[in-house]
Write a protein that binds this ligand. Structure first.
Ligand code: BDR
Ligand code: CA
Length: 335
């Protein structure tokens, strides 16, 4: 099985990524590390604990991580993910608290216990991993693979004209992580940026199919034109909460992207972590602009050797979107 360390800022699409990993028979979720981003870190911890408990997976360790980015104040985006980070979903109760060890400790200790085995998956700001690497510069070499959802390569941003949310929240962390990989025996991270993840468009029809697979009372999907037509009548409590979460995300995208759908960035990055062969990649030198007054937080790719540096990363560029959704729906629907 594929042992994955997940670092997230849960978040609606983070929630779906977490459920996808939990449902995937080929995945061992080694730990869930929480970082501030979409919502403050305590909210992220609470969401992670709640989803795990709802799925009967109280055995999975949840670590609390950074409260704030490395060098700047935290910004959050409740307008995108809802006041609690899970849209309109009612948060299930949970009886656990976070692990005693923090997220940076977990990155260091887990990779020491299992050198060369673990796959890192970062779907929030890179703060926890950057803090861990500052303390333990050998860490990148001990990861088998790293997949990052972040940036947008030669493609518009979703938070500034050139910057993507995860990178913009903590540009210093993204810079430190990207430049620590791809050399000295450390793997080249696969960057799943908006250039690809904005093609991963989830629709109400996918939700309806999920409810069908789950054998849940059908999620009502009204005519495609009736954009507010989803009702959360599903009897399965996971499907119901997911539907309530995604309804909020669809509405956000309708207001900002002009359609009742959602870009599910993070579940797609999870799929790449599980099986990198689902995506075509190309090597590049990737770095993050830290000082530009208009361009701070931009991921810049050198694909032509201008900087005279060896490629340190792989840009994810193409995938079979339908195959991804079919696997997502079948996996989450059988939780
Ligand atoms: C990223 O930003 C977050 O809001 C999402 O969860 C995703 O990780 C997309 O830019
Ligand atoms: Ca996220």
């Amino acid at each position: 099985s594929v042992p994955i360390v997940l670092d997230c800022d849960t978040g609606i699409d983070d929630s779906l990524a977490l459920l996808y990993l939990l449902g995937h028979p080929g995945v061992e979720l080694a730990a869930v590390l929480s970082t501030a981003g979409n919502v403050p870190v305590d909210q992220v911890v609470a969401n992670n604990l709640a989803w795990l408990e709802l799925c009967g997976r109280g055995d999975v360790e949840v670590c609390r991580g950074a409260e704030a980015p490395l060098a700047i104040d935290l910004r959050t985006c409740e307008d995108t993910h809802g006041p609690q980070g899970i849209g309109y979903a009612e948060r299930p109760l949970n009886s656990r608290t976070a692990s005693e060890r923090g997220a940076a400790d977990a990155w260091i200790e887990l990779t020491r216990e299992r050198p060369g085995e673990l796959i890192g998956l970062v779907i929030g700001p890179c703060t926890n991993l950057a803090l861990a690497i500052r303390r333990d510069p050998d860490l990148p070499r001990r990861l088998k693979r790293l997949v990052i959802m972040g940036g947008c390569v030669n493609y518009p941003g979703n938070t500034t004209p050139v910057a993507e949310w995860n990178v913009l929240v903590d540009p210093e962390a993204a810079h430190e992580v990207l430049t620590a990989f791809g050399t000295n025996g450390a793997p080249r991270p696969i960057l799943c940026g908006l250039n690809l993840t904005e093609q991963i468009v989830m629709t109400p029809q996918h939700l309806a199919r999920l409810a069908e697979v789950a054998g849940s009372a059908p999620v009502e999907v009204a005519g495609v034109d009736d954009v507010r037509g989803i009702r959360s009548g599903a009897s399965n409590s996971i499907v119901r909460r997911l539907t309530d979460a995604l309804r909020f995300y669809f509405e956000f995208h309708q207001d900002h992207d002009g359609g009742y759908f959602a870009h599910v960035h993070d579940p797609f990055a999870a799929a790449v972590a599980i099986d990198p062969s689902i995506v075509h990649t190309r090597p590049a030198v990737l770095d993050v602009e830290l000082t530009g007054t208009l361009t701070r937080g931009q991921v810049v790719a050198d694909e032509d050797g201008f900087w005279g540096r060896e490629p340190n990363a792989l840009i994810a560029e193409r995938t079979d979107v339908d195959a991804f959704f079919e696997d997502l729906v079948r996996t989450v629907g059988t939780l």
